[in-house]
Design a protein around this ligand. Structure first.
Ligand SMILES: [Zn+2]
Length: 234
């Protein structure tokens, strides 16, 4: 029975490793998705600042056009003023011209502000582009690493599955069946050590008879509490 228990322990070790690797493989798409999200966020933040820069430029062009139409109006008014012979009309046109000139000054002040904003935004865009480039490189590297990891895990899984299959083929079918059912239902281990009279699976105290049977090693002994197969290491 000791030899069979030893086989079960090896089998359990391989199955635990298989389970762990399967979990790691299951986790890979989540890690990929997280990297893709990071990449998308970096691109979006770069696009947002570029969009803002374009918007400021559009606003500035509009101000430029507004200045242009007022300049045209002033030129038209100056011609009218030159042609008039009436003093009050001359004054009125002069007043109108000054009103447009005031507006132009305000518009040009705004234009200047927008130009300063554009300069600042250009610096920000450059910084953001640099950041996005570095992030993209880093994310691509991590993606490649994940690809490598995935391949390595698949290879290890195949290796372990083969080992597991070879071990199982040599074992008693009924014992294997009991083990498999326990392994599936317990979630961690199907065969556990007895330590100081306790089951290390459920941490309950075993009866002296059970401990004696386990120590004798003549038959498969199960924990009375959790049902796991017990072994005594010597
Ligand atoms: Zn137990």
């Amino acid at each position: 029975m000791r030899a069979e228990l030893e086989q079960l322990l090896i089998l359990q070790d391989r199955q635990q490793k298989i389970r762990q690797i399967e979990n790691e493989i299951k986790n890979l798409p989540l890690q990929r998705k997280s990297l893709e999200t990071q990449l998308a966020e970096t691109a979006a933040s770069l696009e947002a600042i570029k969009h803002k820069t374009r918007q400021v430029e559009v606003d500035r062009k509009k101000l430029e056009l507004d200045v242009g139409t007022r300049t045209e109006s002033i030129n038209r008014l100056k011609t009218q003023q030159y042609q008039t012979r009436k003093n009050d009309e001359f004054q009125a046109i002069g007043h109108e011209i000054r009103r447009y000139e005031d507006e132009i000054r305000k518009l040009e002040d705004q234009e200047l502000e927008l130009m300063e904003q554009t300069d600042k935004l250009k610096v920000e865009v450059a910084a953001e582009e640099k950041k996005a480039g570095a992030a993209k490189d880093s994310i691509n590297r991590q993606m490649a690493d994940l690809g490598e990891k995935s391949k390595a895990l698949e290879a290890r899984l195949e290796e372990l599955s083969k080992e597991r299959k070879e071990l199982a083929e040599k074992m008693d079918e009924d014992l294997l069946d009991r083990f498999e059912r326990l392994f599936a239902s317990k979630g961690d281990s199907a065969i556990v050590a007895v330590e100081h009279g306790f089951c290390t699976g459920c941490h309950m105290r075993l009866t002296p008879a059970t401990v004696n049977d386990a120590e004798a090693g003549k038959e498969i002994v199960n924990c009375e509490q959790c049902g796991r197969i017990l072994y005594v290491s010597n």
